[in-house]
Design a protein around this ligand. Structure first.
Ligand code: GLU
Length: 506
């Protein structure tokens, strides 16, 4: 078989809407596989079904992979020697292959109208167009050649169907599942071409293009496994067995709880995205959230998705994309579905966020702050971010962790007050103001020993003093190191907030 050829794989989406996260994983596995073997990854757009075409879907797909850092070597948006890579632009190429199948007797022409087919379906239980039933249809096997020619000349619409031989076992040698054998009796004579739009259907276009584009491995979702036997037959009809790609059908992504395939509804219900980017549906006007807009980092999404259904067998979860490619192997892809664990996705994002430098994070945070009307100096923001970064999973979480640097509290947390604001707190805070007032070098390291000495000398309870102070400044007994906070706020603001607290807290 194709073993010593250069590895060439493809991602071949149909632009029928936003790319589901399962499709993203399929593309990612193709990418990792190509990278591992020093091969090529192609992007081919399978848009032969014009009834399902959705405007904007192709752009969305391209933008998604740009964001994720999945790079294509050839294809739509990249170019290459085997183009065009949009199937709707390859009409002229396909006609020839339709003729080959008609001429070698592996396909035939059929004129049955939708109404006639409907009637057959109603009259015959479990009807399918196949070796047993094709004699009942209006096709080139039941009509004379002249009749067929006359109909075509009269402009009657027809389809070309595969002529599947009955009673034959067909085995798919799947790199994930092992050998899967089915009998050809369960296959129907699939439509391969429609004269109405002069386009092949998915099956024919897919096989012809994989062949012409030199594809060595077909890595795709398990929903395509039932098509594989027909695809194998098509390779045989064309005499292309020697270069037939190897198949690998990937396990489904399953719902976080319960049974079945992960759907958009699961995401809506449980509050997580199932699409890489935000999507505005042009038909329904409905908006679906995306990983990008929800604050995910592309590296985290890549790492998370790579491990949904594949496991390198090491006792760690964090891998760079280069490591993933190095370790990737189809033998370690699981046969059973992979349960989607959204908490784990968040965990990955947390891990990747914490790895960012303070400077990078500050720059990611700055636009959000700006939208709220705050533009702190970069060094200040870097310091602020460094104080809280281990507490966040998303950049947007930074606001909740740092809002008090920008806005004085307008109310005080009940619980914190109940626990820490004692009868003596107003007096303690008043004394605190006195001391702070006397400190000229308003730096954390200078302030801390002075305050601590004062507490010790007077035998105050540190918890009461510091948490009363904290609540005065922040509005609650939370947040990073108190003296670091007030260094950034500055003396004036610190004293002002403490005064307000004494007045306002009863
Ligand atoms: N056009 C198919 C899809 O939308 C491609 C399936 C395949 O990779 O063969 O997924």
């Amino acid at each position: 078989m194709s073993d010593n050829r250069r590895v060439r794989v493809r991602f071949a989406p149909s632009p029928t809407g936003p790319l589901h996260i399962g499709g993203v994983r399929t593309a990612l596995y193709n990418y990792l596989f190509a990278k591992k073997h020093g091969g090529d990854l192609l992007l081919r757009i399978e848009d032969t079904d014009s009834t399902r075409f959705v405007p904007g879907a192709e752009e969305y797909i391209i933008e998604s992979f740009k964001w994720l850092g999945v790079k294509f070597d050839e294809g739509v948006g990249v170019g290459g020697e085997n183009g065009p890579y949009r199937q709707s632009e390859r009409r002229d190429i396909y006609r020839k292959y339709v003729d080959i199948l008609l001429n070698n007797g592996n396909a035939y022409i059929a004129f049955d109208t939708p109404e006639e087919l409907e009637k057959l379906r109603n009259d015959i239980p479990n009807f399918q167009y196949d070796a047993k039933t094709r004699s009942m249809g209006k096709n080139s096997l039941t009509m004379s050649e002249d009749e067929v020619k006359a109909k075509i000349a009269a402009g009657e619409k027809y389809v070309v169907r595969a002529k599947i031989q009955p009673d034959e076992d067909i085995t798919v040698h799947d790199m994930v599942r092992g050998d899967v054998t089915i009998n050809s009796n369960i296959l129907d004579d699939k439509v391969l071409y429609k004269s109405a739009d002069d386009l092949p259907t998915y099956h024919l276009a897919n096989i012809v293009d994989d062949h012409l584009m030199g594809i060595t491995h077909v890595i795709r979702g398990e929903e395509w496994l039932p098509s594989a036997p027909l695809h194998i037959l098509l390779y045989r009809y064309f005499g292309w067995e020697d270069t037939m790609p190897r198949f690998a059908h990937l396990p489904l992504l399953l719902k976080p709880v319960g049974n079945g395939k992960l759907s958009k509804r699961d995401g809506d219900k449980l509050g997580f995205p199932v699409f890489p980017l935000l999507w505005n549906d042009p038909k329904s006007g409905e908006t679906s959230s995306g990983y990008r807009e929800s604050g995910y980092m592309p590296e985290a999404v890549v790492n998370f998705l790579a491990l949904l259904g594949w496991n390198p067998g090491l006792d760690r979860d964090l891998f760079t994309v280069d490591e993933l490619a190095e370790l990737f192997s189809l033998d370690h892809v699981s046969k059973s579905g992979a349960r989607f664990d959204y908490e784990k996705a968040k965990w990955f994002n947390h891990e990747y966020i914490t790895k960012k430098s303070d400077e990078e994070l500050a720059d990611m945070y700055a636009p959000l702050l700006k939208s709220k009307g705050y533009e702190p100096a970069r060094e200040v923001l870097v310091k602020i971010v460094s104080m809280v970064k281990t507490r966040i999973s998303f950049v947007a979480d930074l606001w909740q962790e740092t809002n008090f640097f920008f806005e004085a509290p307008t109310e005080y947390d009940e619980k914190s007050l109940k626990k820490h604001w004692k009868e003596e707190s107003p007096k303690l805070m008043a004394d605190m103001i006195e001391i702070l007032n006397g400190i000229d070098d308003f730096k954390s390291q200078t302030i801390e020993p002075i305050i601590m000495d004062w507490i010790a000398k007077n035998e105050y309870k540190t918890g009461v003093v510091m948490n009363s102070f904290r609540t005065s400044i922040i509005g609650a007994a939370r947040g990073p190191h108190m003296f670091d906070i007030i260094e950034i706020l500055g003396k004036e603001e610190t004293i002002k907030r403490t005064k307000v607290a004494i007045e306002k807290i009863k």
